[in-house]
Structure formats: structure tokens, C-alpha cells
Write a protein that binds this ligand. Structure first.
Ligand code: ADP
Length: 320
């Protein structure tokens, strides 16, 4: 394989730059020319494609976001749009494509392979950790650490004022960020979309903590269950303590990627080039039990990543 391209698509995640660097540097070390595509599939359609040089890759290993930029192009679901976009790959004799993103981005990649023979490999990049076939997606660990830092800060003031805080965290329809920040941050309550919950039970738990002499409560609310403000509204009158809501928002998506994210991004990035060199296509890379694994790329949307029930129950048990 002489020419490959790389793009980032969908929501950005810390560690995407690290992955781009690994793909490009590893490919260059094998004598492969690497093209960067700006703004995901939008840049493929608009011909925003340029050859990456070693200079482009300097100083990006620890930079959050994606220097290739990311975008959403709903029209890419249309086969005529894909046929138009693929012309910009073919005219440069690009045979392989590495897509860093979520299941939607993988879907687009799979269709490029099936319809136009472009060899594609998907690397899971999303803070939500919602892709089946991998224990971790790139960005999840960095965001988890940002949330943990926020919990510690909020707990200080929660204790001083003896308040109950509801902290709304990202994750789209997945509860992993809320679950693991509760587990690792000592959260006192957890609401995730994968599990039913009762407002009355939560209120009882908060009141019981106060009877035990606890001075604060930190409740993790995954955005997938709805607004933390609405949960607070429902708790009103049922809890004795004063309540506050903090929506962490987009600070969760920025900043220097963590060590774990950089390691998995680097390993997955290099492996994507190995797979393309072996002539493989239509695969996604994951990491399971600390080993790189591959699945058909359709695994990302055909299987649903399940919540770890034992971890969920442990978070609840320790939160009481
Ligand atoms: P993510 O990759 O994080 O799941 P999206 O679902 O927004 O993010 O998808 C990113 C982009 O991938 C979309 O804007 C679109 O260009 C492309 N895409 C998503 N779903 C499909 C699909 N079913 N067919 C073709 N392209 C798709």
C-alpha cells in the first residue's frame, strides 16, 4: 500500500491527535505516504486533503482536540455524496483510510469499503466509552480524570456548606463516565440511563446520610437520564439538605490526554497501519484485557456495549 489517509469524525476526544501522530509516523516509517483529511467526511467531499509531513506531527502528542478538525456531514448517508467524495481519494491513489470516531463514523467508512473498495480501519475515539468491542475508547480516561478533579473541588465546598450537589456529566446515552467517576470519586449517588432509578430511594439515601452525620452528598447524573436540574426539581421537598446543580459541560472534552489515552491511541494507531499493510479492511480496533483486538467494523453498531453490573452495584453500595 503506497498511499493512505486519515480523518477524525463525530465528537472530538482528547487523544485523537496522539492517534493521528501514531498512524502517520508509523506509516511513514514503512515508506507510505499519508494524507490528512480535514473536517471528517465534509473535507473528503470538499477536497480538503493534504499530504502530512513530519513537521505537522511535531508537538501534537499531548494536545487535546484534533488538529485535523472534525465535523458532521449527515449527507454522507447518501450514496451519491459518498461516490462524489471518494473521487478525491481515488485521484490521489489513496487505497487505505483510517477513521477515528464513533459508530456513525465507522458506518460511513464501512460503506466506502463496500461500495468503492477503499480499505478502511476504525479506531474508537469518543469520550463516551459507548463502543462495543473495546474496554476503552480514546478520550474516556482523560474525561474521567477531569470529572474526578471536579468532584474533589465540588466536594470541598459541598462540605463547607453542608449541601447536596448533583453533578451532570457527559456520555450521551451511555453511563460509563458517570459510573466510573462515581466509583473512583466516591460519589454518594448515581443515575445512569441503563438502569432504572427511584427519586424516592435517592431522597431516602440522602436523608439517611445526613442522619449519619455526613456533611455533603455528591450525586453523579449521566446526561443520558435527562437534565440534572430536572432531577433536583423532583427531589425538592423530599430532601432536607440544600441542593445545587453543576453541569460540567464542555470542559470535559478538552485538555491534555491522559497517559492511558495516549498509550491506547498510539498502539491502536500503529496497529491500523499494520492491518492495512496486511491487506485487511472493514475492521475496528479495540482493547480488551489490555490486548489489542479487532472486530468487523459493523460490531460497533450491531452490538450494544453493556454496563458492568458488578461495577454499578459496587458504586451504589459504596455510595450509601
Ligand atoms: P460518531 O462517529 O461519534 O458516532 P456521528 O454519528 O455524528 O458521530 O457520525 C459522524 C459522521 O459519520 C456523520 O456526520 C456522517 O458524516 C457519518 N455517518 C454517520 N452515520 C452514517 C451512516 N449510517 N452512513 C454513512 N455515514 C454516516
Amino acid at each position: 500500500m503506497k498511499n493512505i489517509a486519515i480523518l477524525t469524525s463525530g465528537g472530538d476526544a482528547p487523544g485523537m491527535n496522539t492517534a493521528i501522530r501514531a498512524v502517520a509516523k508509523y506509516a511513514m516509517s514503512k515508506g507510505i505516504t499519508v494524507y490528512g483529511i480535514k473536517r471528517g467526511y465534509a473535507g473528503m467531499l470538499n477536497d480538503e486533503i493534504f499530504e502530512l509531513t513530519p513537521k505537522d506531527l511535531g508537538g501534537i502528542i499531548d494536545r487535546g482536540g484534533t488538529f485535523l478538525l472534525t465535523a458532521r456531514l449527515p449527507e454522507f448517508k447518501n450514496p451519491e455524496v459518498r461516490a462524489e467524495a471518494v473521487k478525491n481519494l481515488k485521484k490521489r491513489e489513496i487505497e487505505g483510510l483510517v477513521v477515528i470516531g464513533g459508530d456513525g463514523s465507522f458506518h460511513g467508512a464501512d460503506l466506502l469499503y463496500k461500495e468503492h473498495g477503499i480499505k478502511v480501519i476504525g479506531i474508537p475515539g469518543t469520550i463516551d466509552n459507548d463502543i462495543a468491542g473495546t474496554d476503552y475508547t480514546i478520550g474516556f480516561d482523560t474525561t474521567l480524570n477531569i470529572i474526578l478533579d471536579a468532584i474533589s473541588k465540588i466536594r470541598d465546598t459541598a462540605t463547607s456548606h453542608e449541601r447536596t450537589y448533583l453533578i451532570e456529566v457527559m456520555g450521551r446515552n451511555a453511563g460509563d463516565l458517570a459510573l466510573y467517576s462515581c466509583l473512583a470519586g466516591g460519589g454518594d449517588g448515581l443515575l445512569i440511563p441503563e438502569k432504572e432509578f427511584s427519586i424516592d430511594d435517592l431522597a431516602m439515601q440522602i436523608n439517611k446520610r445526613r442522619e449519619q452525620g455526613k456533611l455533603h452528598d455528591v450525586i453523579l447524573v449521566a446526561e443520558g437520564v435527562g437534565s440534572a436540574f430536572e432531577i433536583a426539581e423532583k427531589l425538592k421537598g423530599k430532601v432536607k439538605s440544600e441542593m445545587r446543580v453543576t453541569v460540567l459541560g464542555h470542559i470535559q472534552r478538552g485538555g491534555t490526554p491522559s497517559g492511558l489515552d495516549r498509550i491506547i491511541a498510539t498502539k491502536m494507531g500503529a496497529h491500523s497501519v499494520e492491518l492495512l499493510e496486511e491487506g485487511k479492511s472493514g475492521l475496528m480496533i479495540g482493547i480488551e484485557s489490555n490486548k489489542l483486538v479487532t472486530y468487523p467494523i459493523s460490531h460497533a453498531w450491531e452490538s450494544k456495549k453493556e454496563i458492568d453490573i458488578k461495577d454499578y452495584e459496587l458504586a451504589l453500595t459504596l455510595g450509601h
